[in-house]
Design a protein. Structure first.
Length: 104
């Protein structure tokens, strides 16, 4: 029974890491585009999000590939969830860019 609990905890922990990573990315993009110096927002956020994610996955795995796989599966699920929740409600999705009339 003691071998099952780390496997049960690995999936929700991966979801939590994914929410932190992709939610932080969404927040960074919203803050960074209106900032005076966006490079600090994007680079600082990248370092922080990657550090949290890599350390978290390392701790989740505990040296076992099964737990790492479940953590990564939770991470992918969180990506899907955050993408759906943060999707813009406008109709700007996949519109073709108008062609320039002056190009040869």
């Amino acid at each position: 029974m003691n071998e099952v609990w780390p496997l049960v905890v690995a999936l929700p922990a991966g979801v939590l890491l994914g929410v932190i990573f992709f939610g932080g990315l969404w927040w960074t993009v919203r803050k960074g585009v209106s900032s005076e110096q966006p490079v600090f927002w994007f680079f600082g956020s990248l370092l922080l999000r990657m550090s949290i994610t890599l350390v978290g996955l390392y701790l989740i795995s505990g040296g076992q590939w099964q737990r790492l796989l479940l953590g990564l599966a939770g991470f992918v699920v969180a990506r899907w969830v955050v993408t759906r929740l943060t999707r813009s409600s406008g109709g700007i999705r996949n519109r073709p860019v108008p062609e320039a009339g002056y190009a040869p």
